[in-house]
Design a protein around this ligand. Structure first.
Ligand code: ZN
Ligand code: ZN
Length: 404
């Protein structure tokens, strides 16, 4: 008995030693990787801290946590990346809605578990909604994803305008990148898979593990824009993408807990900001987008538990006027989302706060599952002999450990 105790003690000691000497791997908490040494706390009695520090709070088993990763425009500003919302569920799953240009920088600030960030739903193929797809694909792969990135998105009026061709071209455009990394990274994580669906039909396009995502048509410049609704465990989240108010949205978003919808500028604001004449400004703001008064009127018809406005620059000299515009037509619960606004949703409570990001934050690191995932042979033969022969010998240090 004593010997057994000693053996066990030695084993535990070795494990502790191994844990401290090895490169710090994330810890698994409720099936999710969290940065090593950090223990996310359960939130009790809706007693949320005023500030959300990434990785410090567990998503409750009946809770949905929504983070606005990007809330701005095609031209980013330091405070507004382009459109992207992250939805994390109490079952451990994560869903990205759009991944607009610059939004992956915000994702990195969350010290996220890339192994769970393997599903992205694209509302339409504007860069401010899909421009960081390649960045998510490759940075997520290096950062811990060891399964393919699954991209759900609409068809267009012709095959070349749909999500499948878009993803095929991303794969082709980044062949230099992906083939150069093959072998050192898990094979499956280097794959990107398109799930294209008919943009013109309201349909459940994802239904797994109790999570249902429904897509329905949106009206935005040309055929091939959609909005989404996610239902899970009695909670629902709607992501409008870009659209003018439309009958599909009114029907499908009905009764949702949280409705995210674009809230653009007024024609007068856009004339001032962009220097457009009135006719073009009206077209952009009101015929292909939804200005503040339209957003407000739509939310007055929908009456969600929380309306979330985004898709404008939240500069101080304009955001109050946008807010005032919404309040002309809507007096219900409202969040004017900024990048890194976080919204926690349960059946009896909604909390809206801001994320505090450490700008020196490390990626949380890859997991043991990532380490042991199947890899091919390291890439060889990718450089010509004359190029290799140009290397200066003895400049970079020789290895200090075996490398064969
Ligand atoms: Zn758009
Ligand atoms: Zn947009």
């Amino acid at each position: 008995m004593k010997n057994t105790f000693r053996t066990l003690s030695a084993l535990v000691f070795c494990l502790i030693l191994a844990g401290t000497t090895a490169l710090a791997k994330p810890d698994k908490v409720d099936g999710i990787n969290v940065p090593s040494g950090r223990i996310p706390q359960e939130i009790k009695n809706n007693n949320y801290p005023h500030t959300y520090f990434p990785g410090t709070e567990r998503v409750g088993k009946d809770e949905m946590r929504i983070v606005a990763l990007g809330t701005g425009m095609p031209t980013q500003t330091p405070s507004n990346a382009a459109a992207s919302f992250l939805v994390e569920l109490g079952n451990g799953e994560s869903f990205l809605f759009d991944v607009g240009t610059g939004s992956t920088e915000r994702l990195a600030g969350l010290e996220a578990d890339y192994s769970t960030l393997d599903k992205v739903f694209i509302s339409h193929l504007h860069t401010d909604h899909a421009g960081d797809l390649a960045a998510l694909w490759v940075s997520g792969w290096i950062g811990g994803r060891y399964t393919p990135l699954q991209v759900y998105g609409p068809s267009g009026s012709a095959p070349e305008l749909g999500t499948k061709v878009h993803v095929d071209h991303i794969r082709a455009a980044w062949a230099w990148d992906v083939t150069s990394r093959a072998g050192t990274l898990p094979n499956a994580g280097g794959e990107i898979v398109a799930h294209e669906f008919d943009f013109s039909k309201t349909a459940v396009i994802y239904n797994e593990n109790g999570v249902k995502v429904t897509a329905f048509p949106a009206i935005h410049i040309r055929d091939g824009a959609v909005s989404y609704r996610l239902d899970w465990n009695g909670l629902s989240f709607v992501f409008g993408g870009d659209s003018v108010p439309n009958k599909w949205f009114l029907k499908e978003a009905q009764g949702a807990d949280v409705i995210v919808h674009e809230c653009f500028f007024t024609p007068e604001q856009w004339m001032d900001i962009a220097g457009f004449p009135y006719k073009q400004a009206y077209w952009v703001t009101t015929l292909i987008h939804t200005p503040p008064q339209g957003f407000g009127k739509l939310m007055s018809m929908m009456k969600p538990r929380l309306a979330v406005a985004y898709h404008y620059w939240n500069h101080r000299d304009i955001e109050f006027a946008i807010y005032d515009g919404v309040r002309e037509t809507y007096d219900g619960p409202l969040v004017m989302a900024a990048d890194l606004t976080v919204i926690n949703v349960t059946k009896d409570h909604i909390e809206s706060r801001e994320v505090s990001v450490n700008h020196e934050a490390w990626a949380q690191g890859t997991s043991r599952e990532w380490d042991t995932a199947t890899r091919g042979d390291p890439a060889t033969g990718l450089m010509a002999d004359w190029l290799i022969e140009g290397k200066l010998e003895g400049i970079n240090p020789a290895p200090t450990q075996p490398i064969d």
